[in-house]
Write a protein that binds this ligand. Structure first.
Ligand code: G4P
Length: 542
């Protein structure tokens, strides 16, 4: 296969959904079609088994949620699929956003009884900002659902997406009989199978076929015929360019747990989703070069290797206590043992320990192509957002930064394990699980942690305990807002500034000045009284 063919067959995507909409179940069924697992168990069974999905952390198992993200890879009908897992808890973290920088498309799973839920909306917004194409799966049609026409309307009204129903449900709840494929005008009949454990048998026939007609009561038949007529007459026709531009969303109906409608979804998605495309390189100064490089697009077919790190994870498996940098390949061919430049440090590194991961199992990767995600082990210098490349003039800046919204002090109550505690905190900060700051007058031994959601603090505590055997204690702080300050002479002696009570000054890990506010009012007061000081929501570029 030529490099262009390898790239064209890659599909790198994430499933986005609100907790409980069925993401895990759907992932499992996809793996079944990819022959990655031969018998898809029920979610309950899976949760107690190891390694069938990406839910690997003890905390995830305990809470039944997916916190950290990883990638599952499988082949299906000639496509090489990279399915990236996104955390599904409502209190989600920056990790989710970072994962979405590494995908080319997203599959949005909606519980058809509930419609669009808050988490789905938040994740969708991230995709929209990046122009990522979104496909929609209306799940749980075997249960009573909302009116499917209303579900489509909601996509348009709430998300601003033009829906295009590819399949249409025939009844719902106990009366769910199958789906109608609007492209082929065929009906796929639904047969309940025990726990959806095997590939669901599918009978294909037309809507007016007596076999179908017999299975639908008059009400459902009339209703469905009318709905399909409305869709054919009034809804937007399928437009591949609009789908790939993230404006139109193809909509599929089915039931993940019953493994129904999944194959049509998977095939429709793979066919119409997009292969890896160009990524933007930013302008940088290469040592020894006369001028900074130009910001430009790097074609996916460019022969030199380039990639960026979107996730760092340590101690994924107690059997392998090490640190993995997950990279998304953007151009060129990856070959094991190749040498690349680590753009941030300018050092040349050899990529010898490269892995493909499947839950907790690892497999060495010798060759990989744009679109693929691989795990690199043993490079402690790699940080989130770093570029690895054979071409020194390429630098990606793909990872968005978000203002922290929650703050806590963390300290170690047990001096006996302080060494382990410090090692753990350092590692977790490097992974970007949370950020740290140093306010003036911090209690001795305490570090200020900042995050987008409080779940991240729980993850820190849990991982300190389980991976480093170190106790930790959290202590509430009065702040809810943090701003970076542009350097200014007035900051030399902050006692001369007029600030409301509870406001505190400090520095970030690069010693850049920051200020912490208890609330919006104290922030506005600060800006009013000290107009010469410029505040920034995100770190000022160095
Ligand atoms: P998530 O990863 O999005 O959080 O959802 P997950 O797949 O874990 O599914 C959440 C619940 O919804 C599970 O039930 C799952 O079985 C159920 N579910 C998924 N797809 C369908 C579907 O098509 N129809 C119906 N009726 N249910 C579905 P649970 O009670 O939490 O787990 P379990 O005891 O069923 O394993």
């Amino acid at each position: 296969m030529t490099p262009a063919q390898e790239i064209a067959r890659r599909r790198t995507f994430a499933i986005i959904s609100h907790p409980d909409a069925g993401k895990t179940t759907l992932t499992e069924k996809f793996l079944l079609y990819g022959n990655a697992i031969h018998l898809a168990g029920t979610v309950t069974a899976r949760k107690s088994q190891r390694a069938t999905t990406s839910d690997w952390m003890e905390l995830e198992k305990q809470r039944g949620i997916s916190i950290s993200s990883t990638v599952l890879q499988f082949d299906y009908q000639g496509y090489a699929v990279n399915l990236l897992d996104t955390p599904g808890h409502k209190d989600f973290s920056e990790d989710t956003y970072r994962v979405l920088t590494a995908v080319d498309a997203a599959l949005m799973v909606i519980d058809a009884a509930k419609g669009i839920e808050p988490q789905t909306r938040k994740l969708f917004e991230v995709c929209k900002r990046r122009g990522v194409p979104v496909f929609t799966f209306m799940n749980k049609c075997d249960r009573p659902t909302l009116n499917p026409i209303d579900l489509l309307d909601e996509l348009e009204r709430v998300l601003g997406l033009t829906p295009c129903a590819v399949t249409w449900p025939l009844g719902n709840g106990p009366g769910f009989r199958g789906v109608y494929d609007r492209r082929t005008k065929e009906v796929h009949l639904f047969e309940r199978t025990p726990h959806g454990a095997y590939r669901a048998p599918v009978n294909v026939t037309g809507l007016t076929d007596p076999v179908v007609r017999d299975r639908l009561d008059d009400y459902t038949f009339d209703q469905v015929s009318e709905q399909i007529e409305i869709l054919d007459g009034a809804s937007a026709p399928f437009n591949l360019a609009d789908v790939q531009a993230g404006k139109q969303t193809p909509v599929f109906f089915g039931s993940a747990v019953n493994n129904f409608g999944i194959q049509i979804l998977l095939e429709g998605f793979l066919k119409n989703s997009i292969p890896p495309t160009t990524r933007s390189s930013v302008s940088i100064t290469v040592p020894g070069a006369p001028a900074p490089t130009l910001a430009r697009e790097i074609p996916v077919t460019y022969e030199k290797f380039s990639a960026f790190v979107f996730k760092i994870q340590a101690n994924m498996d107690p059997k392998h206590r090490d640190r993995i940098a997950f990279v998304r390949i953007c151009s060129g061919k990856f070959t094991r043992d190749m040498s690349v430049v680590h753009q941030r440090t300018g050092r040349t590194v050899r990529l010898s320990s490269s892995h493909r991961l499947f839950g907790q199992e690892r497999e060495t990767v010798d060759v990989a192509w744009p679109g693929d995600v691989i795990g690199l082990v043993g490079h402690d210098a790699f940080g989130i957002g770093d570029t690895l490349t054979e071409d020194r003039t390429i630098a990606y800046d793909e990872i968005p930064r978000f203002p922290s919204e929650v703050f806590t002090y963390i300290s170690n109550p047990n001096s006996g394990d302080s060494k382990k505690y410090r090692a753990g905190i350092e590692q977790l900060l490097q992974e970007g699980v949370v950020q740290s700051f140093q306010p003036r007058n911090a209690p001795p031994g305490a570090t200020l942690l900042a995050a987008v959601g409080v779940l991240q603090f729980e993850v820190v505590q849990f991982r300190l305990k389980s991976e480093y055997n170190a106790e930790s204690r959290l202590e509430a702080t009065p702040w809810t807002l943090l701003r970076w300050l542009e350097p200014h002479p007035a900051l030399k002696d902050t006692s001369t500034l007029i600030v409301a009570s509870g406001v505190s000054f400090g520095v970030d890990k690069f010693d850049q000045p920051i200020v912490l506010f208890p609330n919006d009012w104290t922030l506005r007061y600060f800006m009013d009284k000290n107009p010469e000081l410029k505040l920034h929501e995100l770190p000022i570029e160095q």
